[in-house]
Design a protein around this ligand. Structure first.
Ligand code: FES
Length: 338
């Protein structure tokens, strides 16, 4: 008898810990995905470049256009190029809805399905050709959504609360139809409330949160471009030197490849051309800021003077071009051999 009691008391706390651990096992992943998707949504909505359109090399339009040629679903990206503002907002608000639904555990499987679809879309368009494959974060996100898609969000969540209440309703003899209707109705009310809060905060961020003074990442020669149109004389395109301040840039187009190139002046009187095409997976890097060019796709950073990689996942420097100054004009020369 005493031995049996001792055995139970040893197994009790351990068993409880194990049971609690199993119950909460998906909570860290859920918090991470929820916070990340909310953050990603606000990051897009507050980014001046994101909805800037065809004239901005860092815009949703430019990134989609760059992906169209190499993506295995490039054939399906036409509508996104025809209505980039709509699709850009759809992705940003989709991420917000997915993030909030995941954080609050409201209709968790639907939120996880949305997250998986968004991650699959980004993988097939942005990071499909990343080598080796494990450096492409969208594939990792797609895999991370799978456990939540299978298990839902039953713990510390609105779903959990509604399920427990449904059990109580059944216990007091309420008909199954009525139990389901009540859960669906209250879940719908919670979704409308949460969706409304997300829509309001997202819209306010998109309207008020953008830095309107940010330098446009303009791609000269692209429809709607706002940068000075380069003059092509004696070969390469040129821009007035006055339009390239120290630490800033102007954008021209490489006549050979058609890629946008930043003409930069990292120090007074020092000029160079740096390709805007990220060497990691082909996204357009942002124009120089604080001595660096940042790639919004996976976070690579490049030195604004040399194009060298500061932070990966990119491993190769940005291709460099010679730039010559003739009077008050800066002319782009050929790409330098690496
Ligand atoms: S495309 Fe991946 S970091 Fe630039």
């Amino acid at each position: 008898m005493a031995a049996g009691t001792r055995a139970r008391s040893t197994a009790g706390p351990t068993g409880q810990w194990k049971a609690t651990g199993s119950r909460l096992a998906l909570l860290p992943l859920r918090l991470f995905l929820g916070v990340t998707f909310v953050y990603a949504a606000f990051d897009k909505l507050s980014d001046t470049h994101y909805l800037a359109g065809a004239g901005d090399a860092a815009s949703f339009y430019a990134q989609t256009k760059a992906a169209k040629g190499s993506s295995p679903i490039g054939w399906a990206l036409g509508p996104a190029l025809d209505a980039p503002t709509f699709f850009g907002l759809l992705i940003a608000f989709g991420e917000l809805a997915v993030g909030l639904g995941t954080l609050f555990g409201l209709w968790g499987r639907i939120a996880a399905l949305g997250g998986a679809l968004l991650s699959a879309t980004l993988w097939l368009t942005v990071s499909f050709h990343t080598t080796p494959y494990y450096l492409g974060n969208d594939l990792a996100y797609l895999m991370a959504w799978t456990p939540l898609l299978l298990a839902g969000t039953p713990v510390l969540s609105v779903d959990g609360y509604l399920a427990a209440r449904a059990e109580r309703d059944r216990g007091r003899g309420l008909a199954e139809d009525a139990v389901r209707r009540r859960a669906l109705l209250d879940g719908g009310i919670a979704a409308v409330a949460l969706g409304g809060a997300g829509l309001l905060s997202g819209s306010l961020t998109a309207t008020l949160g953008r830095d309107e003074n940010a330098a446009p990442a303009t791609a000269a020669g692209t429809p709607g471009a706002t940068s000075p149109v380069p003059q092509e004389q004696n070969g390469g395109p040129s821009v007035p030197a006055a339009q390239v301040p120290v630490g800033g840039s102007a954008t021209v187009k490489d006549p050979a490849s058609g890629d946008a190139v930043y003409i930069v002046q990292p120090a007074a009187g020092q000029y160079a051309g740096l390709s805007s095409v990220c060497t990691h997976s082909g996204c357009a890097v942002n124009p120089p800021k604080d001595g660096q060019l940042y790639c919004p796709c996976h976070g690579s950073k490049f030195d604004a003077a040399t194009g060298a990689v500061i932070t990966g996942p990119a491993v190769k420097p940005l291709p460099k071009y010679t730039v010559t100054k003739n009077g008050d004009q800066l002319r782009l020369g050929p790409q330098q051999k690496s």
